[in-house]
Design a protein around this ligand. Structure first.
Ligand SMILES: [Zn+2]
Length: 394
């Protein structure tokens, strides 16, 4: 059991005034069609003997089935851990209690973002390495050494950091292509933000990454090609996934959403898009009905509005073409609801990452940025219609 919390900021700032540059990544990243059928072979390379497989009931009965069969074929003992849907301390601790005496040497998290985040927390507490097999490309959780933890009701509560990155991240792109188009599109929203946030941190000598260090040039370059790839082939990839087709564009976007975005945010740094997106989880209607990446997309527009960046136009046009929200109405919110806007500004102000922005943030400036982005998004929606958005949100 490992109960000691790891705080990267404290760890790296303990030696000297000058923070080191740090690049974190999973030990191995493997992506391609049909890989869940070969999960056992990949685990055998790691000498896994007895693994817990964490997955939701739905996942364990569907795509998880072939993964588990493959693990058993490799003569690895499997302990099933059924996940109940929320990455909360309550759920994490219940899983840890259940697995404590099972003598597993690895934990495999199989499923969407919440399963992945919970899996990393459980593995850390059990002091075993984690393997992440995401079944969606809707977020950048799989590759990082941190998890966002929520209340049992789904409101963001804390972030947990781990000294170990996942040993293996393995993505079966056929499974990703079989999922609803909306998930891949949400992942693109999450991933495009990575570049705009890393860009801010690179030019701010005081910025600290979630890895607790200075941003690395490697992560900066990775986040740039992440956004570039999505702008180039994101729309085509979404069209393929809409008809459950897996092709090279899907492969590129899955890599951008999962690997490039994951390394990019963790070692490139965050700015305002993510703190604002996490603030939106305080509004029940929003976190119950919208995916993380969808909320990040509209929050990225607010950051770009604040920067007065020409890329606001580019991002908004792309978001509207693929069906990401571009104005508050598309998040079931209204610019007139000042109580809710105040909550967003208040929560964003408390997040140190938001203050990587080059201007001094105030409550009023954040609200103005949200409203400017909203107004801009309305003009884009008027110009291009909201066909893609309605297709994904029917
Ligand atoms: Zn994110």
């Amino acid at each position: 059991m490992s109960d000691k919390p790891y705080t990267p900021r404290a760890f790296f700032s303990g030696f000297d005034d000058a923070l080191p540059r740090v690049l974190l990544s999973p030990q191995k990243y493997v992506q391609g069609p049909g890989l869940l059928d070969r999960l056992g072979d990949h685990l055998a390379l790691l000498s896994v003997r007895r693994a817990a497989v964490l997955g939701s009931e739905r996942c364990l009965a569907n795509e998880g089935k072939k993964a588990i069969e493959s693990v058993k074929r490799a003569e690895i003992d499997v302990v099933i851990a059924q996940f109940h849907g929320e990455c909360s301390v309550l759920e994490i601790e219940a899983q840890v209690r259940a697995l404590q005496s099972s003598q597993i040497d690895y934990l495999i998290a199989l499923g969407g973002g919440k399963t992945v985040d919970a899996g990393k927390c459980i593995a850390h507490r059990l002091n075993v390495p984690s393997v992440v097999a995401p079944t969606l490309a809707s977020n950048d959780a799989p590759c990082s050494a941190l998890s966002v933890v929520y209340t049992p009701e789904g409101v963001q509560e804390s972030v947990e950091y781990f000294a170990r990155s996942p040993s293996l991240v393995i993505v079966d792109t056929n499974v990703v292509a079989e999922a609803d188009e909306r998930y891949l599109v949400a992942g693109m929203g999450d991933a495009i933000a990575t570049w705009y946030e890393a860009r801010i941190c690179q030019s701010n000598p005081k910025a600290i990454t979630p890895a607790g260090a200075r941003p690395s040039l490697a992560a900066y370059a990775i986040s740039e090609i992440c956004a570039k790839t999505i702008y180039e082939v994101g729309e085509a990839a979404a069209e393929s996934v809409a008809v459950n087709k897996n092709d090279d564009n899907v492969e590129k976007v899955v890599e951008a959403n999962t690997l490039l975005s994951g390394i990019g945010f963790e070692s490139g740094g965050l700015a305002m898009a993510h703190p604002l997106a996490l603030a939106y989880t305080r509004i029940d209607r929003v976190h119950e009905n919208y995916l993380h990446g969808e909320i990040v997309a509209i929050s990225t527009m607010a950051q770009l509005a604040l920067e007065k960046s020409d890329d606001l136009d580019k991002a908004a046009r792309f978001f509207s073409r693929v069906g990401l929200p571009v104005h508050l109405g598309q998040l079931s919110m209204s610019p007139e609801n000042s109580d809710e806007l105040n909550i967003l500004a208040e929560v964003t102000m408390t997040n140190p990452n938001a203050h990587h922005m080059p201007m001094k943030l105030t409550h009023e400036i954040i609200i103005q940025a949200i409203l400017d982005a909203h107004e801009f998004g309305l003009t884009i929606a008027d110009e291009f219609g909201d066909e893609a958005y309605r297709r994904l949100h029917n």
